[in-house]
Write a protein that binds this ligand. Sequence first.
Ligand SMILES: Cc1cc2nc3c(=O)[nH]c(=O)nc-3n(C[C@H](O)[C@H](O)[C@H](O)COP(=O)(O)O)c2cc1C
Length: 154
Amino acid sequence: MKTLIVCKSHHHGNTWKIAETIGEVLNAEIIEPKERYSSSLSNYDLLGFGSGIYWARFPGEIFDFVENLPEVEGKKAFTFSTSGMRKIPIINGFGGKIKDKLSEKGFEIVGEFSCRGYNTFFLFKLVGGIQKGKPGDEDLRRAKEFAKRTRNKD
Ligand SMILES: Cc1cc2nc3c(=O)[nH]c(=O)nc-3n(C[C@H](O)[C@H](O)[C@H](O)COP(=O)(O)O)c2cc1C
C-alpha cells in the first residue's frame, strides 16, 4: 500500500517523531503541507495527515492542503496529532473537523492516533513546559502498533 504522510510540526517537532515512527512501518514518504504535492496523488492508496494541535485544532495549512486535493475515490486516510492536553470532545475536539473535510473529499477514514507532546506555549514556558519528554517510548510504541493495524486494514 503506497503511503504519503503530510505533517505539520512547528512547536517542538513532537508530531514529526510520530510521523517518522508511523512512516517507518508503512514505508511512507513524509512531506510538510507547504511542499504542495505537485505530482498526482493517484500513486498513493493511503494518506496520513498529522499535526500538533494549535488552538484546539489542526492548523490551516493542513486544511488548505486537503482543500486543494481533487475529489478521490477508493483512497484511505488516517489522522494523527500530539497535544499538550488530553482530547476533550467539543472544547478540544482536535481531529474532528479535518476528518470531516477528508470524508467530504471522498476518503475512507481508517484510523486516528493521538498522544501528548511537550508544550512550552505561553505561560507553560514559565514553569519549564508541560508533558516533558513526550512523546516518549510508550507513545512511539503505541504509534507503531497503530501503524501496523492501519497497514492490516488493506
Ligand atoms: C500556539 C500553540 C497553541 C496550542 N494550543 C493547544 C491547544 O489548544 N490544546 C492543546 O492540548 N495543546 C495545545 N498546544 C500544545 C501543542 O499541541 C503540543 O505542544 C504539540 O505536541 C506540539 O506539536 P509539534 O511539536 O509537533 O508542533 C499549543 C501549542 C502552541 C505552540
